[in-house]
Write a protein that binds this ligand. Sequence first.
Ligand code: BES
Ligand code: MN
Ligand code: ZN
Length: 509
Amino acid sequence: MPSRAFYTLPSLRLVVAPPASVEADVLVVPVFSEGTSAALPDGLASTVATLRESRDLKGEPFEMHWLGGDGLASPRVLLLGAGAESAASADVARRLGTAAGLAARGRGQSHVAVLAMGALQGEAQVRALAEGLTLAAFHVDAYKTKDRKLGDLESAAIVVSEGPASTLADAVVLGGVLGEATNVARAVAHEPPNVLTPAVLADRAVELFAGTSVSVEVLDEPAIRDRNMGLLLGVAQGSANAPRLIVLTYEPDSSRQSAVGSGQAGPVLALVGKAVTFDTGGISIKPAENMDRMKYDMCGGAAVLGAFHALAKAGGPRKVIGIIPAVENMPSGTAFRPGDVLTGASGLTVEITNTDAEGRLILGDALWYATQLGATHLVDIATLTGACAVALGRVASGLFGTPDAWRDVVRDAGTRGGDFLWSLPMTDEYKDLMKSDIADMVNAAGTRYGGAISAAIFLKAFAGDAAWAHLDIAGTAWADEPKPYQPKGPTGVAVRTLIELARSAGSWV
Ligand code: BES
Ligand code: MN
Ligand code: ZN
């Protein structure tokens, strides 16, 4: 089956001009619930005032009201509720951008212009509008051959009335890169598991970074065996689709490197993403209901690909390594079983108590490998536990890490990027959960209680002396309920956190 195009990139531009003169299929005008109404053409200003008076338009977030474009160069206007102007952060702007783009596509309008008024004219907001509009170009129905609901988004203009045009134009370009990085992650996450096997994921990585400053090395099964990665191989052995270990490396050019004074001795960040292209649970098989969802068990690896896409396009100040262990977890005559004891590349032995706790096994070998490649700071990203989704719902991702200062650096990167990360405890008192009578550790605790925490305890054993943080995105990587700014499907969660970390010039811990 051929792979499909999940998005086209809209051509983005900054326009400094009066709104009435902007040519597009639809001019999107944000309407705040409280705050200034920026200069609108007379007719439009009085229509908005009338709608507000009659309470037909309150400016509540994502409220939509369509009008004809009388007297404007654009034939249609979408009044888009934007909430209080004082709350118009970059996060709000991103969502408004996506909502605007999706609404336009819903009406078959492929050229959209968004009026960045009031607080939305800030540099961070303009960047986020561009990002949101790029996110809106994503197709969740790329495999439909007919009856596709949304058209393509071909172009998006961000219209400002004033301001530092060159700074804002740069912000639009960066926003486009960030949005595309997230779409890269969403596109691989959305591929069905028969198409996206571990080998195909590795091929995608090679294609994605050909000719860029990111180098890609793919370890195939014999190469993985050479490195004694018994945990990764144990999970992989039940599948006809052989595993891969994808290793990405980004190194800044020397001018950037000296700019932050980080030579070879500086911190080396490793981003490690779980990529189980399909998780049946193995011999400890999952129930049939919703098992199809387990194609998204590679969203951690997808997020790493997205982050490196941004590094390739926009650069960063330090060396970053990406490691994506890619496997399929299947039950078969060759599958690993509960009761098996596996030996990982680090030498630690693991008693398998549940073959469905496979993510931590492949990450164990991958985290250890990252330390061998010289990483000083690790972040792993994984759809790791149902327990994390139970604990935090579909809103926050679980955050763990040590030392606390590094975990907080990651949390703050999430806040800047617009990912909500909530830290969960991991004190020594929890350690007993992973004790084994016959090996160094079990892979699954004997209790469901604290399931996200026991998984994190397991991972920490493979991080050596490096600073380590872990993001559990099981509850946040896939949207089951559509929102005006997020269609059902892969969310691209954590991509922006990883980009913020990889591109920030902070000294860390
Ligand atoms: N991929 C799953 C976790 C998951 C569950 C992600 C639901 C997204 C939605 C993971 O491999 C898994 O199966 N974890 C088990 C661990 C248990 C056996 C200790 C779980 O969460 O039940
Ligand atoms: Mn599993
Ligand atoms: Zn899994």
